[in-house]
Design a binder for this molecule. Structure first.
Ligand SMILES: *Cc1c(COP(=O)(O)O)cnc(C)c1O
Length: 390
């Protein structure tokens, strides 16, 4: 069915496919996860037509410039604060110091709410409000809570946020300032997730946890679309991504597949690398063991709050993307990631600890010979450093 036909018969022009058992269902209404417990991914009825590429020149630099790649029906307006359109910054001095010649930082700190969580939550809130959501709930290591609070406010709908009591104070104050109904939990994001599911079951609030609905992935997919456009519809050799729940990594890998099938890209897709903190590295451990799922990491601990995810729901999808792309996973210590964040700050980039982890990971991968000095490498500064300072 073409996009137009699907719209005419009143159906959304995409469907939901379980990433594990492959079962599909029509989109529409609230999405959730498959009966088998695994996440859905969106499948579009057709790829955007080739002339969409030439329309981009006239559009605003927000993630919605890629609307034909995103879950919006014809003429539909998203819930937006202008997310996306972030700079891709070359850092030649820093790179040369470490024997790299082509290193870029995709600086997500300039997003509304100060992190790339804005992309996913803008898409998720847009679809849920459209499906009739009256309230939201999210468990967070910090930044997803800020983003949910802001996009729920933008939509005029209340949002409940469960965050660890150890979350940086400035992040908590941002959640409150956007009107988020904040509940502090003694524990980590896994404990917050259990509280959020109980709240959703009790009140009917829509749970927008990572991968418990399929639209945050679509929003994060724009990281990959934007990167491709900024590099003239080519892709780097290596992408180094600080991985917690893995939404951005899974989303980018989905974007590269879709762009390749639509014939928009020159060259081959990049190797995808996950960086985690030594104090919480379930993906690294599973990757090295050759497993296709993660075991829960006991007592997760790191200053990089966004990486403190002991057992990501998208573990299978993360590991699949790493292996399919020829990438790998590495852990870095808090000392390494903080030193790397300072190096980015010395270039004027407001690196968060997770952004520092990405750079530290790239240097570690180079030291291990998994990235070569002459390769084109992109690291992600996923959020703003000021959110972690009090
Ligand atoms: C959430 C978060 C991450 C991890 O992102 P995932 O896509 O869930 O892996 C990394 N950095 C920051 C700043 C975050 O807020």
């Amino acid at each position: 069915m073409s996009v137009r036909e699907a719209v005419q018969v009143g159906r959304l022009p995409w469907s939901l496919e379980c990433s594990s058992c492959g079962r599909t269902r029509a989109a529409g209404g609230l999405a959730g996860v498959c009966d088998c417990g695994q996440p859905y991914l969106l499948r579009y009825a057709s790829a955007p037509p080739p002339d969409v590429k030439s329309l981009l020149a006239e559009r605003d630099w927000t993630m919605w410039r890629y609307r034909e790649w995103l879950p919006l029906s014809d003429g539909e307006q998203p819930v937006t604060l202008g997310e996306g359109g972030t700079p891709l910054l070359p850092v030649p001095r820093l790179a040369a110091r470490h024997g790299l010649s082509q290193l870029w930082v995709k600086d997500e700190s300039t997003n509304p709410t100060g992190s790339f969580k804005a992309r996913g939550l803008a898409a998720a809130v847009t679809r849920a409000v459209r499906a009739g959501a009256k309230s939201f709930v999210v468990p967070t290591a910090g930044n997803a809570g800020v983003a949910l609070a802001a996009y729920a406010a933008r939509a005029g709908v209340p949002g409940r946020v469960y965050a660890p009591a150890s979350t940086p104070a400035t992040i908590l104050s941002q959640i409150r300032s956007f009107g988020g109904d904040l509940v502090l939990v003694e524990g980590h994001i896994g404990d917050c997730g259990a509280a959020a599911r109980a709240f959703a079951a009790e009140t009917g609030a829509v749970d927008v946890s990572t991968l418990r609905e399929p639209y945050r992935i679509e929003g994060k997919k724009t990281l990959g679309l934007e990167l491709a456009e900024q590099l003239g519809w080519t892709l780097p050799d290596a992408i180094v991504y600080p991985t917690g729940g893995g939404t951005g990594l899974i989303g980018m890998w989905k974007a590269f597949g879709e762009l390749t099938r639509a014939g928009w890209l020159r060259g081959t897709p990049p190797r995808m690398f996950s960086v985690q903190a030594a104090g919480c590295a379930p993906v690294v451990r599973a990757f090295e063991a050759g497993d296709d799922a993660c075991a829960a990491w006991p007592d997760p601990s790191t200053v990089a709050a966004g990486l403190r995810v002991p057992r990501p729901l998208g573990d299978r999808l993360i590991l699949r993307a790493l292996r399919e792309s020829g990438g790998a996973a590495v852990a870095v210590t808090d000392n390494q990631l903080q030193a790397a964040a300072r190096e980015l700050q010395a270039e004027g980039i407001d690196a968060c600890p997770e952004g520092g982890a990405a750079l530290a990971g790239a240097l570690e991968l180079e030291a291990r010979g998994l990235i070569q000095g002459g390769e084109r490498v992109v690291v992600f500064n996923t959020g703003a450093g000021w959110l972690y300072r009090s």
